[in-house]
Write a protein that binds this ligand. Sequence first.
Ligand code: NYM
Length: 214
Amino acid sequence: STEQTPPRGAFIVFEGVDRCGKTTQCNKLMEHLKAKDLSAELWRFPDRSTESGKRINAYLAKEVEMSDEEVHLLFAQNRWEKRQTLLDKLAAGTTLVVDRYAYSGIAYSSAKGKDTMSLEWCKAPDQTLPAPDLVLYLEVSAEAAKARGGFGGERYETADFQEKVAEMFEQQKNAVWVSLDADDSPDEVHDRVKAEVDRTLTTLKDFTWLPVLR
Ligand code: NYM
């Protein structure tokens, strides 16, 4: 047969503190991928539609109390629930644009600074989940974040805590991370996103396997 297996989809993750512009950039990237006629889906974590997601939503809305350790594991469970679907989509050639992943789980939990929750402890529950091909980290300066203001009433949405979260993101940077200056205009950021994603898409022709989180 002359049929060729299509390359797998790309696994692209956006990360950053609250109000860094991730949602805007995810939507712009989806338009770019659709314009290229690529099969692509937009996902976000937490997925608030599942059982674990509903509990997470109630926790973030301050409707229920939970220990920091419990909610950390619940966020990880919320990702593990999606593991097989995620792998199936990529194998079928669908590119996934994912708004937050394990790095958020690790950053927000370890930013709490509890001695029961070291960085290593926080990393453990997500280990061996599929690792993304590209992490686009939207870096927003403390000044710009303050100027944007408008934090909602959810848990974690205070300037002091967000600064600690940013520090914990910094500690997780690795070879697939690209930091983008999110103080630039949305269109400028999008231009860089496009360049990074297009570069990543071309590398997928050369390998079909997916690494795992370590
Ligand atoms: N968050 C998100 C965590 O604390 N742990 C996680 O694993 C994930 C994925 O949930 N403040 C936090 C970060 C956000 C909040 O995210 C909800 P969003 O993107 O606002 O829906």
